[in-house]
Design a protein around this ligand. Sequence first.
Ligand code: PLP
Length: 454
Amino acid sequence: METTSQQAVQSAEAQVRSDDRNHVFHSWSAQALIDPLPVAGGAGSTFWDYSGKKYLDFSSQLVNLNLGHQHPRLVEAIKRQADRLATIQPAFANDVRGELARLLAERAPGSLNKVFFTNGGADANEHAVRMARHHTGRRKILAAYRSYHGGTTTAMSLTGEPRRWANDPGDASVVHFFGPYPYRSAFHASSAAEETQRALEHLESVIQLEGPGTIAGVILETVVGTNGVLIPPPGYLKGVREICDRYNLVYIADEVMVGFGRIGEWFAVDAFDVVPDLLTFAKGVNSGYVPLGGVLISDAIAETFANRAYPGGLTYSGHPLACAVGVETMHVFEDEQIVQRVRDLGERVVRPELERWQREHPSVGEIRGRGLFWAVELVKDQSSREPLVPFNASGEAAAPMNAVAAACKAEGLWPFTHFNRVHVAPPLVISEEELRRGLDIIDRALVQADALVT
Ligand code: PLP
């Protein structure tokens, strides 16, 4: 006999499912083909469904939840702010908005001293592009094929990968180029150094062929995220900086996914010793507890708008609830030494384990990453490097990846898979025991992919 409380939970779950099915229109999906898991709660690196089944969150909710579910200090910061001043429009000066902007400017490299706050990552990139265009008086933006920059019009156009296709033609002033990817070099390079050199020569050729006098800037994810955790080879980003300086182009670093500790640095550019002119962020700035993104702006670009109005704004720019969690996030990062622990866990726990997978699983073509951000690239054949599923995977083509994901879920791990890759991107507060347990689950799930190796 079911108890009354079990019945209450089941009926709550049924209501969630029915409201979702009937009224929620989901992102990136054929609405009739999806059946989202109703989530009842979460804490730290775990969330659970209505049956009480727990999942280790190795996706960090779209690589967003850097400080984990329900961090008590972040929840408290929202409550405190809500009691004091729940909202105020952006034309007023506000204490937490100003404090977060100051803390970000203090942390950011170079002269990135001002912050324009947005609601998320896509609009941060929209505004960065707008700033670059007004600053230079030029229109074209160069962006990488292997990139994702967001789901709004210009951000979709900046995006190089297949999610852009259905929205083409969008912003016609975006031109794509190949970035470095030594494992699948577009330049037939045989070493990382050669890849860097050829990728930079290619970028410079594109600039010359497009006409430097027509180009406002170059946007790059500092580490390409959903398109493969592509760590730029040594010297590449410095080379991009030099090319931008040579042609007087604005260098926009998109750190929406990789900022705030994800790769074991406050800002990912710190790992590569470069300073962009504009740096966009979102996600990890406050773990998405309240939507927030922004653009860090160099003094030179801010100066353009000193006596000339910036043509853009958002009702919720610098929302006090979002900024209050952002301020608390910065303090938690210091107090819990988040950046240091990410570096340690990445090198001591994740790297050796993934290197073992590469040796032992015939389906693992390459592993790459840094901190708590990794990709395991799956292939049908290690020597030809043919991807396990095509890069433009349709639902059907992704079946092998669905099998890997299902095996993870069955054992209580929520994975992050994209195209032919399994990513390792847990909350940065994950315990070592949870991290090892999660890696063991993926290790076992990879047997599904091994079975398809030809
Ligand atoms: N830029 C990068 C690198 C991203 O990974 C994302 C989202 O995943 C975005 C921009 C878009 O951010 P949002 O979904 O907050 O608009």
